[in-house]
Design a protein around this ligand. Structure first.
Ligand SMILES: Cc1cc2nc3c(=O)[nH]c(=O)nc-3n(C[C@H](O)[C@H](O)[C@H](O)COP(=O)(O)O)c2cc1C
Length: 437
């Protein structure tokens, strides 16, 4: 479906217990990482507001110091299968790891989700940053750039498997007795450095051709992986200047791969704290921050920096730290932020507890819409991954107060024009090997 006018794309970054580490304690919050009723209501709210997609992050570890939204939660693909049944238009995207997984399994589950949802599936390709994950798989944790080399091959294999059958490979011709047409079968027969996968996949071609591919690492290798493969890029950016510089770099890499730069939507995350006045929004954040302390905030900071900070004075400056092998771009964002604003370790931990390094917008609905419009028009973003601090109130406020302003300004759709996630993004269905889309 050709896009007529450039408009903002909106994703709901769904974390059942809220994005703010203390969001679950807000009087209007319901804890929901394992609460299907709430999760279905949130998906319905996002769909009524005409969001492009709902997105589920994921990791393969837990622990008592984990973020409340992540400590115990539904497996994403299982949850999205349930949400596919309670929604009709909303895109449904989940995270799956290329370091701890097999291309055959991943190709299969996302093909299935695309069929079940009639073309609304998206895969957030992650390389899994945290080394402790290896202990759950009896594996060695590969280093940063190798994780991306594995991911490049992994994604190629998955795409090849999605093309196992041509679009019209299943005539199901009762009279002729032909269920599957052998001439329309493509055996992948992949033998690479990291994977050996024969194929074919036991799924027909997905409704979107290929489910939408999302990439969320912002380091050089992360941007290259996205430039070659992604339809959406998620990223954390603190200021409009940083976001514009990332946007430019990512789009240049897309162009260098001979792709149309508009075929990839860059969607930074942001945490909206909404009040009828600025003071009310500020007080709301202060209430949540008041429930934040080193016990729940420091593990999130240490995890993102990739370095142990015990032994350092919490009220002193962040020490110089070598580049982390875990999340390179996020560690850099946080160390830059601490330097720029002269933050102590404690103050930096508080910021991470609220938005994990994502931009926090505090204000009235108009002020929030203004900021979104500025980032969009100044090419810092093609859309946003909306991260309410708590659920359902934080999402309800955004949908009932901010979305209508964006719609009145012609910046966001008032109706879905198509049925698939690719339609919402304004990108075409992926053709099969004969070029049939
Ligand atoms: C919005 C957003 C969502 C992410 N979701 C996940 C996730 O669910 N699981 C995960 O392992 N990493 C997730 N990441 C982390 C990235 O995949 C990546 O590992 C991280 O940004 C560091 O990448 P880099 O080393 O290329 O900078 C997410 C990042 C962003 C910006």
């Amino acid at each position: 479906m050709a896009k007529t006018k450039r408009q903002i794309h909106l994703g709901l970054f769904l974390q059942g217990a809220g994005h703010h580490v203390a969001g679950w304690r807000h009087p209007d919050a319901e804890s929901g990482s394992e609460n299907l009723d709430l999760l279905q209501r949130l998906a319905a709210t996002a769909e009524r507001a005409k969001f492009d997609l709902l997105f589920l992050a994921d990791g393969l570890t837990s622990g008592s110091d984990a973020h409340p939204s992540m400590v115990a939660r539904f497996e994403p693909l299982t949850l999205l299968s349930a949400l596919a049944m309670s929604t009709t238009r909303l895109g449904l995207a989940a995270t799956a790891s290329t370091t701890y997984g097999e291309p055959f399994h991943i190709a299969r589950v996302f093909a299935s989700l695309d069929h079940l949802s009639r073309g609304r599936a998206g895969w957030n390709v992650v390389t899994t940053s945290y080394a402790r994950t290896a202990a759950n798989f009896g594996a060695r944790h590969p280093e940063h750039d190798e994780r991306y080399a594995i991911a490049e091959e992994f994604v190629d294999v998955v795409k090849g498997l999605w093309d196992s059958w041509d679009d019209d490979a299943f005539p199901k011709d009762k009279a002729a007795g032909v269920y599957a047409d052998a001439d329309k079968l493509n055996i992948l027969d992949h033998k690479g450095k990291y994977f050996s996968v024969k194929g074919p996949l036991n799924a027909s071609r997905p409704p979107q051709g290929h489910p939408v591919i999302i990439q969320a690492g912002s380091s050089g290798p992360g941007q290259d992986l996205a430039a070659r493969n992604a339809d959406i890029v998620f990223t954390a950016q603190q200021s409009i200047e940083e976001a514009q510089s990332f946007y430019k770099s990512q789009k240049e890499r897309v162009a260098a791969h001979g792709r149309d730069v508009d075929s990839l939507a860059i969607m930074p995350g942001f945490l909206p704290v909404i009040g009828d006045t600025f003071a009310e929004a500020r007080d709301k954040l202060a209430l949540l921050d008041g429930w934040t302390d080193p016990t729940n905030a420091m593990p999130l900071l240490v995890e993102r920096l990739g370095h142990d900070l015990s032994g350092y004075d919490l009220d002193g400056p962040l020490p110089e730290l070598p580049v982390s092998d875990q999340l390179q771009s996020r560690a850099k964002l946080l160390t830059d932020l601490a330097k720029r604003e002269n933050l102590t370790i404690r103050q930096l931990a508080l910021r991470v507890a609220a938005g994990r390094g994502h931009h926090i917008i505090l204000g009235t609905p108009v002020e929030i819409a203004d900021r979104m419009q500025l980032w969009f028009e100044e090419r810092a973003a093609d859309g946003f991954n909306v991260m309410p601090p708590y659920f359902p109130g934080g999402l309800d406020d955004f949908c009932s107060k901010v979305v209508p302003i964006l719609q009145e300004r012609g910046l966001f759709r008032t109706e879905y024009e198509g049925t698939t996630l690719r339609d919402h993004l304004g990108i075409t269905r992926t053709a099969d090997r004969r070029g049939v889309a």
